[in-house]
Design a protein around this ligand. Structure first.
Ligand code: KG4
Ligand code: ZN
Length: 332
């Protein structure tokens, strides 16, 4: 079974071809960083229009890379939400049109569930059940997963997402957009203990995340000590201290969730899971806690359509294809 995946929920136009939910035959991602960098963040209207320009060339490129034609496709999987409505509509409408024209099933995929399906594209996929931490630009969600349709939310951020905090602090440090990778690079030369930053906790909600206080702490520090920005070494120390605070809060909650559910497996996915420090601390702590850790390769952490096709395949094994009148959703 050959599935074409389509992903347009934010600022990546992506198409991928995946065979039997496992073998990636093509994975094409057109980023829009150049377009949004000048505004310091994603402009939804511009994102939608760029998807409109790119979607057909990106699908064509994926089919060419997989060396197949439209007639070889068995099903179409497309991100249905959450995300930017104008952006989602482009990919979803194209997916519907293809499913209709080719008379093959369409499956709508939840973007965050697709992230946690990324490790199923590796030769050693996780077994159910597992704890999954999905850390992206819009979400910081902790799940207990017993099947592709059995995904229970255990905790999330009550304010900013972890990736959003990276992007906002990068802006404060004058690093531009997207912020995560820029902070990671700057932090590489810094001392993570240089600045004591808060690790916010919500009383009585040990699995809830919160990042707006951390971002504010960085903003206040920079207002009090603007000279930090003039020194590459001091800025690196601050970036490293911020990154360490985020990593601590993510890893501690993921491990706590695994402990609470007596679950021996942990999946960590989403754009922030590309962060080298997070990956290293996760590997160390998972090992000492006796947890089996599943981290997708970097190209499958940030937004892509291979994860969409993979989840779409598994959903189709277990359920009905989508009615072609289905709509996209912004939240959920
Ligand atoms: O999953 P993703 O590609 O898109 C969304 O679904 O939001 O995640 C994007 C987020 C951005 O906030 C970006 O700054 C962050 O992931 N990110 C990183 C790194 N690479 C991407 N954050 C920290 N370190 C990285 N290396
Ligand atoms: Zn994402």
């Amino acid at each position: 079974m050959v599935v074409l995946g389509i992903e347009t929920s934010c600022d990546e136009t992506a198409a991928a071809v995946v065979e039997s939910g496992r073998r990636v035959l093509a994975n094409v991602v057109a980023t829009q960083f150049d377009l949004h960098a000048q505004y310091g963040g994603v402009v939804p209207e511009l994102a939608a229009r760029r998807h409109q320009e790119n979607i057909v060339p990106v699908i064509r490129a994926a089919l060419a890379e997989a060396n197949i034609g439209l007639q070889d496709l068995s099903a179409i999987a497309a991100t249905q939400g959450p995300g930017l409505i104008g952006a989602l509509v482009i990919g979803f409408a194209v997916a519907k049109s293809l499913a209709y024209a080719l008379q093959i099933p369409l499956v709508g995929v939840h973007h965050l569930h697709a992230h946690l399906a990324a490790p199923f594209l590796s030769p050693t996929p996780p077994r159910f059940p597992f704890i999954a931490l999905v850390v992206s630009g819009g979400h910081t969600n902790l799940y207990y997963v017993t099947g592709f349709r059995q995904i229970t939310l255990l905790g999330r951020s009550r304010d900013d997402a972890a990736g959003e905090a990276f992007d906002k602090v990068a802006k404060l440090l004058g690093l531009g957009y997207p912020g995560g990778i820029a902070i990671e690079r700057l932090a590489a030369a810094g001392n993570p203990q240089a600045y004591p930053l808060p690790r916010p906790r919500i009383a009585g909600e040990p699995l809830t995340f919160s990042y707006s206080g951390l971002k504010t702490a960085v903003a206040v520090l920079l207002r009090q000590q603007p000279e930090i920005l003039a020194s590459q070494a001091a800025a690196a120390d601050l970036a490293a201290s911020f990154q360490a605070a985020v990593v601590d809060s993510l890893v501690s909650r993921a491990l706590l969730a695994a402990q609470e559910h007596r679950c021996p497996r942990l999946v960590v996915a989403g754009g922030v899971a590309a962060n080298a420090r997070l990956r290293q601390v996760l590997q160390e702590q998972a090992q000492s806690a006796g947890l089996e850790l599943f981290l997708p390769p970097l190209s499958l952490c940030t937004d892509n359509a291979a994860m969409v096709a993979a989840l779409g395949y598994h959903l189709l094994q277990e359920g009905q294809p989508l009615d072609l009148r289905a709509d996209v959703f912004a939240r959920g």
